[in-house]
Write a protein that binds this ligand. Structure first.
Ligand SMILES: [Zn+2]
Ligand SMILES: [Zn+2]
Length: 443
């Protein structure tokens, strides 16, 4: 047998890292998966090639995150390898060594936001975003689509790319009224610089393959055809599976494989998925076969006979409502008066609280998006965790116009005043590739 698409596969189970010994995001997550993939003979197929894990460096992290106060406070070596391995898979695809790649790594990353004070939803740093920033700096890739099919809203990825018109982020997840992190509703459409490049589809509990594939065909596919990304990344969380202990969804391994076939991503990254024996081994076999362009119809998972594969009409009606609404918003995005969403002032401000369930921290943020007609505009984030680490960060977009660059320079030139008010001042200037902090980073 020979793969129709040459496919790179990378395993990093992070055996020496866990939040706690019995935590669902634990070392065994990839053990059974790896065994199953080898037992099924996938790694013997010509054109399916194993790549070794790689480590990324702290510069990769500060291009992506404002780590409070230092990257080393937020992450461990396992996190650097999880993100570095995503970079390695990206290299294998973008250098043309393979057609497709999959990073089966942990710890996961999609709940890690732009500013990070610690661990949320088992995530410390955003592994897809670290990879995306690396790709944009090193390859001729401008427009990227991140399709997140984990059962939890990809609130971290959304936050990092909320104002970025070159990154389309679509998150399909179990309705936030029934699960962590409680966000990701259809009215959440991104910032003024990237309006409708953030799309959220919260699906009802017990949604089956039918619902997921309906969203794929009727929303994701037409939006991708319009956006025309240079690269499609699937953040393939597998906790939508009907046996997952943390969620209430009814997706099967066959459904994931079919989604992979229809989405046709360039790169797949594992996110969540906690049914260690019942789901992950079969889902990943299905995804790898689909990526390689091979038949996956013989992938059989346990307990499938106990599942009602049909979504109830009520569930399908809800999904169709969201799909219709979001299709309309996306199609009309250039004609919509954005003042209705962001007000008529020169900047759009929002305040919010972010709970770090794993680290037990409550962060308060005040955020301001400076509006601009020529570029996506400067973003300013003030953040504090009760009693410590009052910070401000100034984010300059890759596409910054001269006026916005000057605005940011004026703000940062005055860091002496800023540093009287804040403990740390961070600059994340993507346009000039200047990633710095006052006082300076220690690493
Ligand atoms: Zn998840
Ligand atoms: Zn501008």
């Amino acid at each position: 047998m020979k793969a129709n698409n040459k496919t790179s596969v990378l395993f990093f189970p992070a055996f020496d890292w866990a939040i706690s010994p019995n935590h669902p995001e634990r070392e065994e997550r990839l053990l059974y998966t790896r065994d199953q993939i080898f037992e099924e003979g996938l790694m013997d197929i010509e054109g399916i090639i194993e790549y070794p894990p790689e480590i990324c460096n702290l510069e990769d992290i500060i291009k992506t995150h404002i780590c409070v106060t230092e990257p080393e406070d937020i992450l461990t070596e396992s996190h650097l390898i999880s993100a570095g391995s995503c970079k390695a898979i990206a290299d294998s695809v973008l250098k043309g060594e393979v057609d497709k790649g999959i990073a089966l790594v942990r710890p996961p990353g999609h709940h890690a936001m732009l500013v990070t004070h610690g661990s949320r939803g088992f995530c410390n740093i955003n592994i897809e975003a670290v990879m995306v920033e690396y790709i944009r700096d090193n390859y001729d890739v401008k427009k990227i689509a991140i399709i997140d099919t984990d059962a939890h809203h990809a609130d971290g990825t959304q936050d990092i790319y909320i104002n970025d018109p070159d990154v389309l982020h679509i998150s399909v997840h179990q309705d936030g009224r029934t699960i962590f992190p409680g966000t990701g509703f259809p009215n959440d459409l991104g910032g003024p610089g990237g309006f409708a490049h953030t799309l959220n589809i919260p699906v009802p509990t017990n949604t089956t393959d039918e619902g997921l594939l309906y969203i794929m065909d009727n929303l994701i596919d037409p939006v991708l055809k319009d956006f025309e990304p240079d690269l499609i990344i699937n953040a393939a969380g597998q906790d939508n599976h009907f046996t997952d202990p943390l969620t209430m969804m009814n997706i099967t391994a066959g459904g994931y494989a079919e989604l992979t076939k229809r989405l046709d991503p360039d790169i797949v990254v594992l996110e969540g998925g906690y049914s260690i024996e019942g789901a992950l081994p079969y889902v990943n076999v299905g995804i790898i076969l689909a990526l390689a362009g091979l038949d996956y119809s013989n992938v059989r998972e346990p307990k499938l006979d106990q599942l009602d594969m049909k979504s109830s009409p009520k569930i399908m009606d809800q999904i169709k409502d969201y799909v219709n609404h979001l299709s309309e918003v996306y199609n009309l995005r250039k004609d919509i008066n954005l003042d209705e969403y962001f007000g008529s002032k020169d900047s759009y401000k929002k305040n919010r609280s972010i709970f770090y369930d794993t680290s037990g921290l409550l962060e308060k943020q005040r955020e301001e998006f400076l509006k601009c007609d020529k570029c996506s505009g400067v973003r300013i984030v003030e953040s504090s965790v009760y009693g410590r680490n009052d910070i401000i960060s100034i984010i300059v977009p890759r596409n910054a116009c001269e006026a916005c660059q000057n605005k940011a320079d004026n703000l940062t030139d005055d860091y002496v005043t800023l540093i009287e008010k804040y403990d740390y001042v961070y600059i994340q200037d993507h346009s000039r590739r200047n990633y710095s902090r006052f006082p300076e980073y220690k690493f």
